[in-house]
Design a protein around this ligand. Structure first.
Ligand code: 13P
Ligand code: SF4
Length: 310
């Protein structure tokens, strides 16, 4: 890249020229969030991907999110700034092993959390996100037997909220399993009046301390509507950018990890950079490609989710 060019201006120009839209997740770098046409949680992003009239979707997020956009808008060109931007949770559930697991429960319906591969979605009956998982389970008859995967923490949370007995896959997100209960308790003592808010991908012993549990959008909304001055935030640190922007006078503290070497940054999300975003718009590469039959089979469970949460 020519060092004299202004990447922000060039990205804006290319976006117009190519009729492209930039969809960004809250865990992206602040400078990418500031350039996006839409920033949101996984549900909001998939709703935007389904309804956009742009020719090109640049997905500033991770691979499974860009795949979901491709499944919902197969005729569009879907680009991901770095194809290596994966997801530890998605990796914790290889489709061939899940297919074997599913065979053990032939009378169960399969709900998969959107953080999984297109092949896994193709093996599912309904997809869900962290903002509608409870609603989706509750939309089903009480005696419906259900397999829920890949996130065991979200699964446990849904079990608790709905009182249903779900069969869980044992997967987890590397970012949401690092928080220290002890250090959070200490922080709360040091900041009396602070609210502790957490994402349902966190472990049960962390969630049990939370004043609010929800998706990234839910957490952001809570900090806007709630009257407290300080929040301890247990999720990826990228969301703090929007929280601080929406409430400049409030204080946001990332929840502390249990190990000094760990941090609340998702290494996959943070692979995307402004330079890669520019290159991807310029060269229209890397592009997300999926076999037609996978698109067709994965579309149904995602559309079922969008109908239930409409
Ligand atoms: P949401 O933004 O849907 O809450 O998802 C969080 C997440 O971990 C995405 O990778
Ligand atoms: Fe996956 Fe966790 Fe990163 Fe989200 S934060 S993309 S669930 S590894």
């Amino acid at each position: 890249i020519d060092p004299s060019i202004d990447l922000v201006d060039e990205i804006k120009r290319l976006k117009k020229e190519k009729n492209a839209v930039i969809l960004a997740h809250y865990y992206q770098e602040s400078e990418i969030q500031d350039l996006a046409d839409y920033i949101g949680d996984s549900l909001g992003l998939s709703q935007q991907a389904a309804k956009t009239d742009a020719d090109v979707i640049v997905f500033a997020g991770v691979h499974f999110m860009a795949e979901t956009a491709k499944i919902l808008s197969p005729s569009k060109k879907v680009l991901l700034p770095d194809l290596k931007a994966g997801c530890s949770l998605s990796d914790s559930c290889p489709p061939h092993l899940f297919a074997k697991f599913k065979e053990q429960y032939p009378d169960h319906l399969v709900i998969t959390y959107v953080n999984c591969t297109a092949e896994l979605k193709a093996l599912s009956d309904i997809v869900c996100t962290s903002s509608n998982a409870v609603q989706i389970v509750e939309s089903l008859p009480r005696d419906q037997k259900i397999i829920f995967g890949p996130d065991k923490n979200l699964g446990d949370y849904v079990k608790k909220k709905t009182g249903r007995d779900l069969v869980l896959w044992n997967g987890a997100c590397m970012v949401h399993e690092i928080f220290s209960q002890e250090k959070i308790e200490r922080l709360r003592d040091e900041n009396p009046g602070a609210k502790f808010i957490a994402h349902p991908e966190c472990e049960e012993h962390i969630l049990s301390q939370a004043d609010y549990i929800g998706s990234t959008s839910g957490m952001l909304k809570f900090t806007i509507e709630d009257a407290s001055q300080t929040y301890i935030v247990a999720t990826e640190s990228g969301i703090l950018h929007q929280m601080q922007k929406a409430s400049p006078d409030k204080k946001f503290i990332p929840a502390p990890p249990n190990n000094a070497c760990a941090c609340n940054d998702c290494p996959h999300m943070k692979l995307n950079t402004l330079e890669k975003l520019y290159n991807c718009l310029y060269y229209e590469q890397p592009e997300i490609m999926l076999p037609e039959d996978v698109i067709a089979r994965a579309q149904k469970p995602i559309e079922r989710m969008l109908e239930i949460s409409a």
